[in-house]
Write a protein that binds this ligand. Sequence first.
Ligand code: 13P
Length: 260
Amino acid sequence: MQTALVIGNWKMNGTLAEARPLATAIRDGLKRPRGVEVVLCPPFTALAAVSEIVKDSAIRLGAQNCHFEASGAHTGEVSPPMLAELGCRYVLLGHSERRRECGETDELINHKVKAAVAHGLTFVLCVGETGEERRQGLTFPTIEGQLRAGLAGVPVESIVKGVIAYEPVWAIGTGVNATSAQAAEVHGYIRGLLSELTSKETAHAIPILYGGSVKADNVEELVAAPEIDGALVGGASLNAAGFIALAKKAGRAGATSRGD
Ligand code: 13P
């Protein structure tokens, strides 16, 4: 049985004074989550503290970015082994905010994906079209380019251990989520590409998450839709009660869509 995957991306939110109570409340509210794996991605500065809080719990830890080298002269950067040492299992890569604000290219993101794999981290490769690209009918070519370039040269056995997140840029932080039909269409397309890159049999095991204005109110409909295996949640992951409700609903909706 495949469980739903819900990742909370705190983005640049969470001083230690805020992160500690938030992580503690989420941990205590999700002691035995049914049908869902929950991952928290706090900012780098809160990773050690959150790691301590969620260790020996059902909650997993992830980072929001990493460098592609293990160490060296890269001022201000954080490497995959540093994250692994802190207990991170996941790392978000290619988030649209990093593509836009930090100029991250598909080529750079590809280096990071390979580095994550080399150091035993599960990559969460984020792809998604802008509103303008969607209006111009460029959604599929945009997604295809980002996915193929991001996974270029990554061995099949590593691709199948990764996670893909579809995050339409126009839905991030806007309160306007993609409809379940819009998301399912793109997820189906991504599944097809993953089948080409791996095989039909293995591609179905790769979680494809939807991200963009996911809330407790809409998560069930999204996760119940075909090919949507979970959610990458920004703003709604910063409120403990709301995020706990969201994760529980995702677990139930995933079970319904799988028919178990
Ligand atoms: P929001 O949930 O705030 O729209 O953010 C989505 C996102 O970018 C998660 O990575």
